[in-house]
Design a protein around this ligand. Structure first.
Ligand code: HEM
Length: 447
């Protein structure tokens, strides 16, 4: 087997009666295989060890990974905590709502969630704002004729999320680089030396926080301005126990992080799938021409079933968030096993998203799964966004912007007599962790 596993570590051993996946390296554990080859690693582990096994996340230690469908329900379990997220990446997620439980979490979430619901997004005119930014970018691609797709969708997403927050869009390339360094904090070895990911990631985090702190101050100074940061600042300043600026900055950083890489990756995969399957492009163009314009409100999305199916199927096959960490607070029953309190758990969303238990021919990209269904969307149909109290805040936003994006792409390219074509090998250089994305080198032409 040519996976990135340590050939010197073949010993089979147990922790709490559950098998440990062999092949860990010193210091980085199974991270090389998790980052570069996660689907194969999970299949290999399930085949050789069964539904429960320990994976070694290097600096974050061992997590008990469970591919039994019961594991997804853990996300709704009251005795399961998100605090582990803060321990894994304190520099990134410390003090943010994604790592909080119970009442503290609910309060922090309540302060921002309304703005991300269809009503809040419509009220803020996000659809119109996004449509014009997306159209301008897609027209630039048409004129360029060829693009490095992930770089482009990353830039576009940063622009969109900045405009959503009401942050002036200067200096975007700088932000982009800082974000990539910031994300490395999740997998950085715990060695604090110049030039190494930990030191660079922390410097990037400080840079980002300094910018955000200034935005918060600006928001206070110009309370009449619009944008989500202004709404968050004025709402929290009005409340009785107003959160400190540090907390505000941390949660804004979380929103930018949560909304950027994930959506950029999904958007890039969408273009890649359209480029490699001509039939897909044709049905999308047909729908776009039939409707004639990019939708701007959630109420209009039902009229774009092909675009919606494309959004759901792209995420199903290429979920941007592949693994979720949790900690058991009490003893738990998980499938056939008893899990002791304090066990660190890994919930492999990627496995469920592409599982035969949930989908027929799970490896095939099929819009029909969504177009032919008559039942409403259930939580397992959108498991790529998690479920339970921490379910993604950005779901409605992503749905809107990805439908807008593919319709704008279809209209613009079709009008110019162009269609997307893939110029690179898709399998090479794709990543699965900390977030999943196609290779940064993949190029797509419009010809
Ligand atoms: C394709 C795009 C996206 C995917 C696949 C995605 C996925 C997820 C997942 C799986 C979670 C659950 C984390 C957990 O349970 O520990 C989550 C939470 C979250 N997402 Fe997203 N997300 C996306 C886009 C966005 C966007 C656009 C935003 C905001 C602008 C956003 C903001 C958040 C926030 C703030 C949380 C934490 C919620 C909480 O802890 O209560 N996400 N997301």
């Amino acid at each position: 087997m040519d996976m990135l596993l340590n050939p010197l570590n073949r010993r089979h051993r147990l922790r709490y009666d559950i098998p440990v996946l062999p092949g860990a390296f010193p210091l980085v554990g199974h991270l090389p295989a998790i980052v570069c080859d996660l689907p194969r690693l999970l299949r290999h582990a399930e085949r050789t060890l069964g539904s429960h096994f320990w994976m070694n996340f290097g600096p974050a230690g061992y997590m008990m990974t469970c591919v039994d469908p019961d594991a997804f329900a853990l996300l709704r379990h009251k005795d399961v905590s998100s605090a582990l997220i803060e321990e894994i990446a304190p520099d990134l997620f410390g003090g943010t709502l994604v790592a909080q439980d119970g009442i503290a979490h609910r309060q922090a979430r309540d302060a921002i969630k309304a703005a991300f619901l269809p009503k809040g997004l419509t009220h803020a005119g996000i659809g119109d704002l996004f449509a014009s930014v997306i159209q301008a970018r897609v027209q630039a691609w048409r004129d360029l004729g060829e693009v490095t797709i992930l770089r482009e969708t990353g830039d576009l997403m940063l622009k969109l999320i900045f405009s959503l927050m009401g942050i002036p869009a200067q200096d975007l390339p700088g932000w982009h680089r800082k974000y990539r360094q910031l994300l490395q904090l999740i997998v950085a070895p715990p060695i604090d030396l110049p030039g190494l990911p930990l030191r660079r990631g922390r410097a990037a985090r400080d840079w980002v926080d300094t910018q955000l702190r200034q935005f918060v101050r600006d928001a206070r100074a110009h309370a009449a301005r619009t944008g989500l940061i202004n709404d968050m600042v004025s709402a929290s300043d009005r409340s009785n126990d107003a959160p400190s600026d540090d907390v505000l900055v941390a949660n804004i950083r979380l929103l930018l992080l949560g909304g950027h890489e994930t959506t950029a990756s999904t958007m890039a995969w969408m273009v890649i799938e359209l480029a490699r399957e001509p039939g897909l492009w044709d049905v999308l163009v047909e729908e776009a021409l039939h409707m004639g314009a990019v939708p701007t409100r959630h109420a209009d999305l039902a009229q774009f079933p092909v675009a919606e199916a494309l959004f759901r199927e792209t995420l199903r096959v290429h979920p941007a968030v592949t693994l979720l960490p949790r900690r058991a607070l009490q003893d738990l029953q998980l499938g056939q096993r008893r899990i002791p309190a304090a066990t660190d758990l890994c919930i492999p969303l990627l496995h469920f998203s592409t599982s035969e238990l949930l989908h027929e021919a799970p490896d095939q990209f099929r819009l029909e799964r969504w177009l032919q269904r008559t039942e409403p969307i259930r939580s397992v149909d959108m498991l790529q966004f998690g479920t339970g109290p921490h379910v993604c805040i950005g779901y409605h936003l992503v749905w809107l912007e990805l439908v807008q994006f593919c319709i704008a792409l279809a209209l613009t390219m079709h009008k110019a007599g162009l269609r997307p074509r893939l110029l690179s090998d898709v399998e090479k250089g794709r990543r699965y962790y900390p977030t999943a994305h196609p290779s940064i080198k993949i190029r797509v032409s419009f010809s």
